[in-house]
Ligand binder design. Structure first.
Ligand code: CA
Length: 419
């Protein structure tokens, strides 16, 4: 999710992958399709309809090998939860600018609470870093962003939430898969259904794993035989997060990215994710760290301008893409990355942001895409989601009218397109 406008999903900051979610991202809940006029919880859903659905689902679960005992325990007292549906309906159209997101992700409180949590769990974090080769500051930053270091883990019964969303039918297959996975976790003995708490969207524990991610990647960090990411002790959750990043190719010793200074006359069209160069190569083009020196050779990198030419610039490395496996949003990855730097004692972001700028609304983004498509710059669907194809279409349009091709979907750009 590129760009700055992000949808509300799970996690302590209400950041989710509404725009440009990768179908390959395994940690995340897919965004709901936006259906105009469907903002209210539909009144036709009934407990009787839900119960009938659960009975059908149990037949499918038995075929998958879920035992009668687990089904009984898991569904005892489970009801259709209209609050979950209301939350799902509300999450579609909310936008937040990257600077607002970063203000919250790396707020002074989140930094100081994180440093305290890291001191408290230093032996655990050191052991996890040694075992998985993943920076303990990054693991801690994910913990901080996802649940404020365990303070906001979610208190919704995940079986009930997943069953309700599966019955509701929008993304029904996805949530049925999560429900099945949750039952397998119970059957494996990792936890009791009543302890399986999380967000309305099924993100569980200190670092907010959805059930399928848990099944694939969670580990038993403290060696007691259970993968317990829900308990007050964060060991299993933190180890699971490190294991998740390691499995997705974390490069030990490589930063997520570093803030850089661009030279005057910088070729903005070279700031694209598929243009990977060595830091030395970038230095030869005048791109240097905020200390004015070439960035050390951490590996190949591209230049990311999350707020276009008017905001901060980052040189991002392969680990940026590894963090995207947690959440595809640029704002999320920069938020986690920057918080990790701050936990280490690093400085704030040096460049200023174009604060006060009004973001394009969902409707305006669709209007922008419609015009880009009509004018032959965009060959993709008009969905109000600003992903890589839309950003490249914006750049091509900007180049055609002779303005800085930063790919940023601003009000100014929309005015140009409309004129
Ligand atoms: Ca354990």
């Amino acid at each position: 999710m590129r760009s700055l406008v992000i949808g509300l999903f799970c996690g302590a900051l209400g950041l989710g992958p509404t725009a440009a979610i990768s179908q390959n991202a395994q940690h995340w809940v897919p965004p709901a399709p936006h259906i105009p006029g469907e903002d209210l919880v539909h009144k036709t859903a009934s407990q009787a309809g839900f119960d009938a659905w659960v009975a059908d689902f149990k037949t499918r679960a038995r075929r998958e090998g879920i035992s009668e005992t687990v089904l009984d325990r898991a569904f005892r007292g489970i009801e259709y939860n209209s609050d979950v549906i209301a939350k799902d309906r509300r999450q579609s159209e909310f936008t937040k600018q990257i600077w607002d997101y970063l203000d919250s992700a790396a707020s002074p409180t989140r930094v100081s609470n994180g440093q305290r949590a890291m001191r408290q769990h230093s032996r655990t974090l050191d052991a996890i870093e040694r075992q998985y080769g993943v920076d303990k500051y990054v693991v801690s930053a994910i913990w901080g962003v996802e649940s404020a270091y365990g303070a906001t883990r979610g208190d919704i019964n995940v079986i009930e939430a997943m069953a309700t969303l599966a019955y509701d039918g929008r993304r029904g297959r996805f949530f049925e898969q999560q429900l099945m996975s949750a039952l397998k976790i119970v059957q494996a003995g990792d936890t009791h259904p009543r302890n399986m708490k999380g967000s309305w969207a099924g993100a569980m524990g200190h670092t907010q794993f959805i059930p399928t991610s848990f099944e694939a990647f969670a580990v038993d960090g403290d060696g007691d035989g259970k993968r317990d990411i829900w308990s007050n002790d964060p060991t299993d959750a933190l180890a699971s997060t490190a294991a998740y990043l390691a499995r997705h190719g974390w490069n030990t010793g490589q930063p997520w990215g570093v803030e850089v200074i661009l030279p005057s006359g910088f070729d903005y069209s070279s700031a694209r994710r598929d243009n990977m160069r060595s830091p030395g190569d970038w230095a030869a083009r005048g791109v240097v760290g905020i200390d004015g020196k070439p960035v050390p050779n951490y590996g190949r990198a591209s230049i990311l301008l999350p707020a276009g030419a008017a905001g901060a610039a980052f040189m991002i490395f392969d680990n940026f893409a590894v963090l995207e496996r947690y959440n595809k949003a640029d704002a999320y990855v920069i938020g986690v990355g920057h918080l990790s730097d701050r936990l280490k004692g690093g400085p704030g972001i040096q460049a200023s942001w174009p604060r006060g700028y009004a973001p394009l609304s969902f409707k305006e983004k669709k209007e922008m895409q419609r015009i880009l498509k009509r004018e032959g710059f965009l060959d993709d669907k008009v969905d109000g989601i600003v992903g890589p194809n839309t950003i490249n279409a914006i750049r091509d349009y900007q180049t055609s009218i002779g303005v800085t091709p930063d790919g940023y979907p601003s009000q100014t750009l929309l005015q140009h397109l409309k004129s």
